[in-house]
Design a protein around this ligand. Sequence first.
Ligand SMILES: N[C@@H](CCC(=O)N[C@@H](CS)C(=O)NCC(=O)O)C(=O)O
Length: 100
Amino acid sequence: MPATLYNGPTSPFGRTARVVSLELGIAVDERVINVYTAEFLDALNPLRQIPTLVTEAGAPIYDSRVICMYFDAMSGKPSLIPPERSWARRRSPSTWSSNP
Ligand SMILES: N[C@@H](CCC(=O)N[C@@H](CS)C(=O)NCC(=O)O)C(=O)O
C-alpha cells in the first residue's frame, strides 16, 4: 500500500510535493480533499493543511518541504537536493514522523 498524499486541487505546496514524487518515481495514493471541511485531517496535522502525507508505515508528515525531503531520502535515486543543502538528507527516514 503506497503512502497517502492528502492534497487539494489548487495548492502550490501540494503540487510541489506531487511533482517531487513523480520526479522520483514514488507511488502515492493522492486524495484531493477540501481542506476546510476535512476534520479528519486534524488527527494527522494540527495545522490542518495540505499537503499532508501518511507514510506506508502510517506516520503523518506535513509541510511540503519536509514531505519533499522524505521522498528524496526514500527514493534510492540520485538526490534532487543540491550538494550545498546536503544537510537536508542526513537523517534516516525511519526516524521521521511529525509526531515525536
Ligand atoms: N508551509 C506549508 C503551507 C501549506 C498551506 O498553506 N496549504 C494551504 C493550501 S495551499 C492550506 O492547507 N490552507 C488551509 C489552512 O491553512 O487553513 C507547506 O509548505 O506545506
